[in-house]
Design a protein around this ligand. Structure first.
Ligand code: NI
Length: 192
C-alpha cells in the first residue's frame, strides 16, 4: 500500500503503459467509477506514474492508457524527488474558486501541441487516494489546472476542445501531425 509512493521519478526506456494519441477513439469514451481501491488499482496507479515520468508529464489519466477507470495521477513537481505525487480515484470537482485564467497546456496524447486554455484558477476536489481514504483538497494554480485537465480525460474531453483561438490551434495541430477534425468544440469550462 505504501509502495505506490516509492515510484521513483525517473525515465524508463520501456515505460509500462502505452499512451494513446488524439484521433484514437479510446480517448473519447467516458471512464467508469472505481468501486474498490485494491492492489490492482494501486498497480495501475504505479504504472501510470512511471509512464508519466518517462514521458516528462505532470499528469496522466487512465483513458490515455486505454483503461476506462476514473483514476488520474498528477505531479506538478516531477523534479522534486521528496514531493509525493497525487493519485485521485473517482475525483469530483465540488467547487470552482477564484477567477478564470489563461494558461498554457499540453498533453501526452497530443505531443508537441501547446495552447492557451481558460480555466478557473482554483478548485475544491473530492477523491479517494491510493489507500482508499476519502479526501477533499483545495488546489490552486498549476495543480488546479492539471487536475481539471486530467478529469476532462475521464469524460472523454481533451484540452484542445477548450482552445478558443481556432486559427492558432489549427496551425499547432498540423505542425505536429494532428487534425482539427479530431477536436470537439466545447462550451466554456466550468459551465457544463
Ligand atoms: Ni492530457
Amino acid at each position: 500500500m505504501v509502495a505506490i509512493l516509492s515510484v521513483s521519478k525517473v525515465k524508463l526506456k520501456h515505460p509500462p503503459l502505452t499512451i494513446h494519441r488524439m484521433g484514437d477513439k479510446v480517448l473519447r469514451q467516458p471512464a467508469k467509477r472505481v468501486s474498490q481501491v485494491n492492489d490492482e488499482i494501486r498497480q495501475l496507479a504505479r504504472d501510470m506514474l512511471q509512464t508519466m515520468y518517462s514521458y516528462d508529464g505532470i499528469g496522466l489519466a487512465a483513458p490515455q492508457v486505454g483503461i476506462h477507470k476514473r483514476i488520474i495521477v498528477v505531479d506538478p513537481h516531477p523534479d522534486k524527488a521528496d514531493v509525493p505525487p497525487l493519485v485521485l480515484i473517482n475525483p469530483e470537482i465540488r467547487e470552482y474558486v477564484g477567477e478564470t485564467v489563461a494558461g498554457q497546456e499540453g498533453c501526452l496524447s497530443i505531443p508537441g501541441v501547446f495552447c492557451e486554455v481558460m480555466r478557473p484558477e482554483g478548485i475544491v476536489v473530492s477523491f479517494k487516494d491510493e489507500t482508499g481514504r476519502p479526501r477533499t483538497i483545495q488546489a490552486d494554480d498549476l495543480l488546479a489546472r492539471v487536475i481539471q485537465h486530467e478529469i476532462d480525460h475521464l469524460n472523454g474531453v481533451l484540452f484542445v476542445d477548450h482552445v478558443e483561438n481556432e486559427l492558432v490551434l489549427d496551425q499547432e495541430l498540423r505542425k505536429h501531425g494532428f487534425q482539427m477534425q479530431d477536436v470537439q468544440r466545447r462550451a466554456k469550462v466550468g459551465l457544463r
